[in-house]
Design a protein around this ligand. Structure first.
Ligand code: ZN
Length: 218
């Protein structure tokens, strides 16, 4: 594998974070989650972190140039030299163009974009079936990983709860919002010939195996 920048795309429930983590571990490169580095910048009270904090506290969105600046700073760290994975970024066309320019300025090629695709029915089952133990936080799924006794944690007998926003109507809204936001990005990367469709319908281990084989040859 060449020293690459990789971008993972995938709807909520597609397993994007899990796959990104496997790939990062396998190649020994960092997985950069925008949420994490944003929180870190806020905690360290960097100039960009302070702007982000003020925005978040007033309930607004963190401006693009702030998020982009924080990503650029993180990607400039020595551990990113051999490649890195962006997880949760870019989300907009403007951010995608920023990433391309940033990579070009650093003498890197275009990113490799891995789009983890999962059928909508399966996504709905994964998300609506999710239950969390009220005591230990263990996560179950009534369709794929049910507890031995319905509604009860196997480990400690804690009551299993469904998050209020894991209902079908809210999830459909989240999926629609994701598709609306992401489809221009997908088209942008497809036109550049850097988009790779990954079938995300299988078990996570199977997807990871295929993904690593593909990347090793890429
Ligand atoms: Zn439990």
């Amino acid at each position: 594998m060449r020293a690459h920048a990789m971008i993972f795309l995938g709807a909520p429930g597609a397993g994007k974070g899990t796959q990104a983590r496997e790939v990062a571990k396998h190649f020994g490169i960092p997985q950069i989650s925008t949420g994490d580095i944003l929180r870190d910048a806020v905690k360290r009270q960097t100039p960009q972190g302070l702007v982000a904090k003020a925005k978040m506290e007033s309930g607004g969105l963190v401006p693009d140039e702030v998020v982009c600046g924080i990503v650029e700073g993180r990607v400039g760290q020595p551990d990113c030299q051999r490649g890195f994975i962006l997880d949760g970024f870019p989300r907009t066309l403007a951010q995608a163009e920023f990433v391309n320019q940033m990579l070009q300025a650093k003498g890197r090629g275009r990113p490799q974009v891995l789009d983890i695709e999962v059928d909508e029915d399966l996504l709905l089952k994964r998300l609506t079936g999710r239950r969390t133990c009220s005591l230990c936080g263990e996560i179950y799924n009534v369709h794929f990983n049910p507890p031995k006794v319905e509604g009860v944690c196997d480990k400690d007998g804690g009551k299993l709860l469904q998050r209020a926003d894991d209902n079908e109507a809210t999830i459909r809204q989240r999926l629609d919002a994701y598709h609306n936001q992401t489809s221009p990005l997908i088209e942008y990367y497809r036109r550049q010939g850097v988009l790779h469709d990954i079938n995300g319908n299988a078990e996570p281990e199977v997807i990871a195996k295929g993904l690593l084989e593909f990347l090793s040859q890429a």
